[in-house]
Structures are given as structure tokens and as C-alpha cells.
Design a protein around this ligand. Structure first.
Ligand SMILES: [Zn+2]
Length: 108
């Protein structure tokens, strides 16, 4: 495992956290916006900002490249897809996102 592979896997994991963060905070943000004085404008603005955030995070994750094979990490056929954004392995070479636990490094 090279340093570039480790860094690229970290970027993909952070991209997932961003996508989850946008999705999880959508409800509370809309709840807060619904209590604003100018309710319609606040709801529309919040929904627009969160929609753009989710779309950008998902798009960034869809086009993430595998550090080992260089193909799209979350795709099995080469086309970008949202269906496997939370897959734990590369759809082409099987590289795991989480590092394997090595109990005895000398046995590798
Ligand atoms: Zn790969």
C-alpha cells in the first residue's frame, strides 16, 4: 500500500462523510428555516443550498478514481453511478476502502 493509495482512500472516505453530512443535516436545516420570519424565502434558500451541496458531494464521489486501477471507484461498468456510492470495494480491482488489519506485519 503506497502513500498515494492511502491518501486517495482517505479522500473517498471524506467524500462519503460529506455526502452523509449534507443528507443528515437537511432535516434540521429545514426545521430551522421553517421557524424563520420570512419562512418561504428561508425554506427555498435552505433547500437550494442543501440540494447543491448534496449534488456536488455525490458528483465528486461518483467520479472518484481508484488509486490502484485508475478507474471509477464506485462503478462496475465504467459509467458513473450513484447506485454504489457506499460500496466498500473498488468495482474493478476490489481495493478496499478500509485498510486491512495486519496482526503480524512480518508475515506479509
Ligand atoms: Zn480499482
Amino acid at each position: 500500500m503506497t502513500l498515494e493509495e492511502t491518501a486517495a482512500r482517505g479522500r473517498i472516505r471524506r467524500g462519503r462523510l460529506w455526502l452523509l453530512g449534507w443528507a443528515i443535516t437537511l432535516g434540521p436545516a429545514l426545521w430551522i428555516a421553517a421557524r424563520a420570519a420570512n419562512r418561504k424565502f428561508a425554506l427555498a434558500g435552505t433547500a437550494l443550498v442543501w440540494t447543491i451541496g448534496i449534488a456536488l458531494a455525490a458528483g465528486r464521489l461518483m467520479f472518484a478514481r481508484c488509486p490502484r486501477c485508475g478507474r471509477l471507484f464506485h462503478s462496475t461498468n465504467g459509467a458513473p453511478s450513484v447506485a454504489k456510492l457506499f460500496a466498500g470495494r473498488c468495482g474493478h480491482c476490489g481495493l478496499r476502502l478500509r485498510p486491512e488489519r495486519v496482526v503480524y506485519p512480518s508475515l506479509e
